[in-house]
Each structure stands twice: as C-alpha cells, then as structure tokens.
Design a protein around this ligand. Structure first.
Ligand code: GRF
Length: 211
C-alpha cells in the first residue's frame, strides 16, 4: 500500500503511522505528504524521513478544476494507492473521492455519527461532547465520501467521559486511542480485509495460514 497522508496540523497521527510502519505493525509506505499549510508540523516529519511533500491550498485556485487536476496528478505521479487524512482541514474534491473510491479514510476525534460535520474539528468536537453530556467519547476511522464525516465507519474505540473532564483532557485521551486505532485500520486495508456491504464495513478474519 502506497500511502498519501493529508495533514493540516502537527501530524501526531501521521507520526503514529510512521511508528507503526517502523515497528512492522503497518505494511505500507508513505509516498507523499500533502498539506494546505506550509507551517504544518506534519510536513517537517515527512521531510525528516525523506518523504515527498506538497503544499496545495484550494483557496489559492480561482479555478477549482485546476486544483483537482493537480491533486490527482500528484497522487498518480507518486504511485499513491491509498489516502489517509490525518487532521486535514480541507474538503477532498469529489473528483479525487471518485478516483480513489473507498480508498480514502479519515480519523475523527468523536464517535460518529455524533459530533461530526463542517466546523466540527479540534476543541469544538470535545466541547460539544461535554455540553451534550455524553458518557462516552472516542475516535472513529471512516471511509471518506463527498460530505464531511458521513462515510462508512471502519473502526471505533471509546473513552469514558470523567466527572472532572475538560475539552483539553478529553482531547488528550482521545488522541492516545487515535494513535492505536488509525494504524490498525490502515493495516486492515493493507491486508485487503475490509469489505463494504451497503454502508456496513465488514472485516474479514485473518486467513488460517497467517493466524
Ligand atoms: C486528530 O484529533 C484527528 O482526529 C483530527 O485532527 C486531529 C489531528 O491531530 N482529524 P494530529 O495533527 O494528528 O496530531
């Protein structure tokens, strides 16, 4: 699996993927790291490892089809077979979703379908969980479709919300489980064990010879 990782921020999930690759828990290589922000920490992590980087912000393109074409061309040029969004704050153009149908995933720091959608990122998500009084939060890895946070759910893991919880403490505990969950989800794709039946994601068991 040749990955492209899209990130707008520090890239701790990207780092978790790199660590999983190093540890032999994720059978993939990262061919390209894309960001809309030159200052994204994720780009530095990529450069440190000699991974190709690209900064592209759709806002800089008057003609969005030009942006779509450039993005697609870059993915193809780098032999990308799978895309992982890791804290990426721009929408993926439908032309790219179409070209990589069911081969783009995202991680969201809550239990979708709650607390997703436009504007639901970072602290906004954790505040919403606390304001609504949820007993549990968690992380969701889902397939990316044309909307925000609406695609089929691949894996989820939960954390209980504590009595003295703040958005900051919740964010930190959720992030910790994200770092385990995301590489595990990518490994399922790499092993070709993910099957979609309607909106349901079914995970095939490990074949006998490998278990
Ligand atoms: C994570 O909480 C992820 O769920 C969300 O954006 C955040 C990215 O954090 N999509 P990092 O840049 O990977 O540290």
């Amino acid at each position: 699996m040749q990955l492209a990782v899209f990130a707008s921020g520090g890239g701790s999930n990207f780092q978790a993927m790199l660590d999983a690759i190093d540890a032999g828990r994720l059978n993939a290589s990262v061919a390209l790291c894309i960001s809309n922000k030159e200052s994204a920490g994720a780009l530095e992590r990529a450069r440190d490892r000699g991974i190709a980087t690209l900064v592209l912000d759709p806002k800089d393109f008057a003609d969005s089809s030009e942006y779509d074409a450039l993005l697609l061309e870059s993915l193809e040029d780098h032999g990308v077979t799978f895309v992982a969004l890791a804290g990426y704050l721009r929408q993926i153009p439908s032309a790219v979703v179409e070209a990589y149908r069911n081969r783009i995933v995202n991680i969201h720091p809550a239990l979708l379908p709650s607390h997703g959608g436009p504007g639901m990122y970072g602290r906004h998500v954790h505040r919403a969980v606390l304001e609504r009084g949820d007993r549990f939060s968690g992380a969701t890895v889902h397939i990316v479709d044309e909307d925000y946070d609406t695609g089929p759910i691949v894996l989820q893991d939960t954390v209980p919300v504590q009595e003295d919880e703040t958005a900051e403490t919740l964010a930190a505990r959720v992030l910790k489980i994200e770092h385990r969950l995301y590489p595990a989800a990518l490994q399922l794709f790499s092993e070709d064990r993910v099957r979609l039946v309607g909106r349901r994601v079914l995970i095939d068991p490990i074949p006998d010879s490998q278990s």
